[in-house]
Design a protein around this ligand. Structure first.
Ligand SMILES: [Zn+2]
Length: 79
């Protein structure tokens, strides 16, 4: 089972269909169990659809990964 940070790091490759089947399955499984990451995924999916190829070379900002990790930790400590 991958954690939120790994899911966030792999999200762009997942959206670009660049992961192996096994990795994609791990990300998908995490998204199903983690609503904050799913929201993040939906948001990024929408952004990528709009910007198309323009931002493909941009690295995932570490601050963004950190923010998602915190959101997930908060949601998990509540349950
Ligand atoms: Zn998560």
């Amino acid at each position: 089972m991958i954690n939120c940070e790994e899911a966030a790091r792999k999200l762009y490759e997942y959206l670009d269909r660049q992961l192996t089947d096994a990795e994609a399955a791990e990300v998908r499984e995490h998204l199903e169990r983690c609503p904050p990451c799913l929201d993040y995924y939906r948001f990024e999916e929408g952004v990528l659809t709009r910007v198309g190829q323009v931002c493909r070379e941009v690295q995932v900002p570490s601050a963004l990964v950190e923010r998602v990790r915190k959101m997930c930790a908060e949601s998990q400590s509540r349950s």
